[in-house]
Design a protein around this ligand. Structure first.
Ligand code: FAD
Length: 474
């Protein structure tokens, strides 16, 4: 018999449920396939840095699969529809008996998988899907009345209770098959998609690098996470998001590694704060399955449809380029544009600024983030944007509006982070770093840095009015 593993967002051999299941029968011939779909990626605004990251990881995965006697085939076609055609043809050519794959939860991905299963079923191929990218399957953590939670804290509590009842297991990497290792016949070619170099010292490709980073973080930094996670100048977060997004690492590996180092982590130990972030990741994915409209640019809170967003291309461009005149916002956007990654606190601040200070539609920001982020992930990104815009589940109430200057003062007091990204402010003393133009004016200096494009106080008022009008119109 021939087993095919269709790889997508699960680019690893360790703890890969579909791969482990395909390899369980030691007599079966196991082959793997990855299908690149550049046009679809374009529609989903995949960042060129993420494409480059996937490409590098595929090459490494091809090697580790070959060592175990499993060939990784590669194909490139336009979109999901074409990928189904190819998959069906491939299964025929290779006389595949069973297909193994890990679920993706976005709406187009789910439709593709349903169609693929139908098609393969007609060909007599048995298909098996797995809830691999989550700790607990969507729909398995619900309220007493069997509905999805709309608020995070009770979800998290119920989630932890479920974990106490039984932890999801990690699956070992498959053993080498008969005839292993095999040689690589065709290397993974470049994608027909814009690829952009990323900082390989921050995001080294491959499972080994990801596991090393996880082990290091779980041993030490996870304990300081509650105190350091909000300070962008400090390397206080795990930087594992890109591995989780592309499936180079699984959330089960994260959970077990943390529990190994800190057995009390699920009992509100210090390491729990970090595990709770993994639960946020689960929350947004479970939500997306319960409310598929989230994949279709719909706000969760209906009346927020009526907000009269402002179209202002100059403001949008200033935000994108990090030229708003608010140093914490600008430094953050330059971090995003350069690294394809932004610190979580800054994602909240910049998102809030676009929506609540510029009154620009959150979907503009959501799209721009997706186009830049190496860790771009529909559920987390949409969740984060709808939270910041007060249009989502468990969102910040619309009248709670971040003051970008105060946020800067709180989380980057001395401007250490700001200075990393805005060299044009190097002469400004620490005490004035959050309002450099005020300092420049007072001291008769000329700065190569814009004045604030909006006055926060006025902008706040305008936004409150717009939200209140929208709410009363509903
Ligand atoms: P850590 O602080 O070490 O957290 C550990 C892991 O938990 C992360 O790697 C991530 O997988 C998960 N996580 C942490 N916070 C969140 C959260 N709020 N929601 C969901 N998962 C979370 N995360 C993405 O992975 N992809 C995105 O496209 C994305 N877009 C965002 C957009 C906005 C507006 C906001 C406010 C947040 C967004 N996040 C996104 C969540 C969060 O900012 C990143 O996961 C985090 O900054 C990644 O850095 P880290 O790996 O060091 O995180």
């Amino acid at each position: 018999t021939t087993h095919l593993v269709w790889l997508r967002n699960d680019l690893r051999i360790n703890d890969n449920m579909a791969l482990a299941a395909a390899c369980r029968d030691s007599q079966a011939k196991v082959i793997a396939l990855f299908i690149a779909t550049p046009q679809q990626w374009q529609q989903h605004h995949m960042a060129p840095k993420q494409a480059a990251f996937i490409q590098q990881n595929l090459s490494l995965l091809q090697k580790s699969l070959a060592e175990r006697g499993i060939p990784l085939h590669f194909h490139q076609c336009d979109d999901f529809a074409a990928s189904i055609e190819y998959l069906a043809k491939f299964c025929q050519q290779q006389r595949v008996d069973a297909l193994f794959y890990n679920y993706q939860y976005e709406i187009n991905e789910r439709e593709r998988d349903a169609q693929a299963e139908k098609r393969l079923d007609e060909q007599g191929v048995v298909c098996q899907g797995f809830d691999d990218s989550l700790l607990l399957p969507p729909g398995s953590v619900q309220t007493g009345s069997n509905t999805m939670f709309k608020v995070f804290t009770p979800f998290s509590k119920a989630f932890v209770r479920r974990l106490h009842q039984g932890l999801p297991e990690c699956h070992q990497a498959p053993k080498a098959r008969d005839g292993a290792p095999i040689s690589i016949e065709k290397k993974i070619p470049a994608f027909d998609y814009p690829c952009e170099a990323f900082d390989e010292s921050l995001f080294p490709a491959g499972e080994e690098a990801a596991l090393k980073q996880l082990r290091h973080f779980a041993k030490q930094a996870v304990q300081h996470y509650p105190d350091q996670r909000d300070l962008p100048a400090i390397d206080g977060t795990s930087r594992l998001s890109v591995y989780l997004t592309t499936g180079v690492l699984s959330p089960r590996q994260c959970l077990h590694r943390v529990l190994k180092e800190h057995p009390d982590a699920l009992n509100e130990g210090k390491a729990f704060t970090w595990l709770n972030e993994l639960i946020w990741r689960e929350f947004y994915r479970h939500l997306m399955v319960a409310f598929p409209a989230l994949c279709k640019h719909q706000p969760f809170v209906d009346w927020t449809r009526n907000v009269d967003w402002q179209r202002n291309d100059a403001h949008l461009t200033a935000w994108q380029q990090g030229k708003t005149g608010y140093p914490i916002v600008d430094a953050a956007m330059r971090q995003l544009n350069t690294l394809g990654w932004m610190h979580n606190r800054l994602r909240m601040i910049t998102a809030s600024f676009l929506v609540k200070d510029l009154l620009i539609d959150w979907r503009e920001g959501e799209r721009y983030f997706m186009q830049q982020l190496i860790d771009g992930d529909l559920a987390a990104n949409n969740g984060g944007w709808q939270w910041a815009a007060s249009t989502g589940t468990d969102a910040a109430p619309y009248f709670r509006i971040f003051n970008p200057t105060t946020q800067g003062e709180r989380f980057d007091k001395q401007g250490e982070f700001i200075r990393q990204w805005l060299p044009e402010l190097s002469d400004v003393p620490d005490s004035d770093i959050h309002q450099p133009q005020v300092w420049a004016q007072k001291n008769n200096k000329k700065l190569d840095y814009p004045a604030p494009i909006v006055e926060h106080k006025d902008a706040r008022k305008k936004t409150l009015d717009a939200f209140e009008r929208a709410r009363s119109a509903a």
